[in-house]
Design a protein around this ligand. Structure first.
Ligand code: MG
Length: 417
């Protein structure tokens, strides 16, 4: 095979609507996702697809600036690429891990297309044909038409039941840290009561003070929990929650690189490492980390930092090749109204999504959709992930101690039924 060289890198920012604004401890997804689709061209006429969170002029400029490193190099040289654009020491200054991930996705797509094999074949072959997912449940503001709100336990249970009926989920993740812990505890327990036999996970994005996290953990001991995810901040805080509750603790915040993984092995704090193909800098580092976890008997799952179809494909190929994938994956995907990939949104069957079998990542862009949602980004622009449209001027603090103080302006509105 003739050597292949990268010739250009083309980012496109898109905005794809969500069913409703999704609330979380640190702000909100304001009714849409902003993502950057990264296309990497080669002299072989093959284009690879990558994806990254966020976008806009400066993000696109930063991605285009990688051309000076990568044009003329081989898309097969992934290990060299890592040191060229995200050397661990230089990363203190240039912070390019997430861009490296988008480039890695595209290069793996190119490799698979050049060889005529699906991406999972490059990683040793798939061990499963479909990857199981948990339903990802959020407290939601109403949409523009006043529908789709999730605020009360009744609304949450109805939402979970509808998702289960539609997609077949048997595990459910509640994103919390929005309302006071006692309120969210009641919601979580209502979910478990409503869906007997299913499993559950709760993730307040590190917002709970340590004491609240322990109290919450002790109060859910009788539930079929997959794990408690980032109940409080940091390895040291979560180690204490683990010791005090005996629950399995998961994280996507404080074990996101090999240094932190090593720390967690030397002084055990979390039991389940949630592998994010973007946060870890690509599919390959996630596979490497999963190998360490397999050896050390640490649990893993596939994490979602928000995805359209290209990123979802990276999660599926990752999930397909991991022998030790004992928990269902997370995806925001079912909250989206549409996608930019050809054929429309991927479908869930029995709570799982089939791993694409086409060459590379196995997904193609729908050019009309890409143009439509690039235009929507042009109209709406970005949104601050760490601000909440329902609470102007509010800023999150961690741990969130505002819940205890009724006069604190950061206390969420609790005018609930
Ligand atoms: Mg999380």
């Amino acid at each position: 095979m003739k050597p292949i060289r990268i010739t250009a890198i083309r980012p496109t920012t898109v905005s794809v609507p969500l069913e409703a604004p999704l609330r979380h401890a640190n702000g909100c997804h304001w009714g849409r996702f902003v993502r950057t689709i990264v296309e990497v061209d080669t002299d072989a006429g093959i284009t690879g697809l990558g994806e990254m969170g966020g976008g806009g002029e400066s993000a696109e400029a930063a991605i285009r600036a990688l051309e000076r490193y990568l044009v003329g190099t081989s898309p097969f040289d992934l290990e060299r690429q890592r040191f060229m654009i995200a050397n661990p020491t230089a990363s203190l200054y240039n912070n390019r891990t997430q861009m490296l991930a988008a480039i890695e996705f595209a290069c793996i797509d190119i490799m698979g297309k050049a060889l005529g094999v699906p991406a999972y074949q490059l990683f040793g072959g798939k061990l499963r044909d479909a990857v199981p997912f948990a339903s990802y449940l959020f407290f939601r503001y109403p949409d523009a038409a006043g529908a789709n709100e999730v605020r009360t336990a009744e609304q949450l249970v109805a939402h979970a039941r509808a998702l289960k009926a539609r997609h077949g989920f048997t595990s459910h993740k509640l994103k919390g840290g929005v309302f006071p812990p006692a309120y969210e505890l009641a919601c979580y327990r209502a979910l478990a009561d409503a869906l007997p036999g299913d499993s559950f996970r709760y993730d307040p994005n590190c917002a709970l003070p340590l004491e609240d996290a322990v109290r919450f953990g002790r109060a859910i001991a009788d539930i079929n929990n997959d794990y408690l995810e980032d109940p409080t901040w940091g390895l040291n805080g979560n180690r204490q929650v683990r010791a005090a509750t005996g629950l399995r603790i998961a994280t996507n915040t404080v074990v996101v690189n090999f240094e932190q993984l090593a720390s967690n092995i030397r002084d055990h704090a979390v039991d389940v490492v949630l592998l994010d193909t973007t946060f870890w800098g690509g599919i390959r580092p996630c596979i490497k980390a999963a190998g360490v976890c397999e050896t050390m008997q640490i649990g893993i799952a596939v994490h979602s930092s928000g995805e359209l179809g290209v990123q979802l494909a990276t999660m599926l190929h990752l999930g397909a090749v991991l022998p030790n994938l004992t928990y269902s994956a997370d995806a925001h995907y079912h909250q989206l109204t549409d996608d930019v990939i050809a054929g429309g949104k991927m479908r869930y069957t029995g709570g799982a999504i089939r791993v694409p079998d086409g060459p590379g990542l196995g997904v193609a862009l729908d050019r009309d959709k890409l143009a439509e949602y690039a235009a929507l980004y042009g109209t709406l622009g970005g949104y601050p992930y760490d601000q909440d449209p329902g609470r102007p001027g509010w800023a999150p603090i961690t741990p969130n101690t505002a819940w205890a103080d009724p006069d604190d302006a950061r206390r969420p509105d609790l005018t609930v039924a």
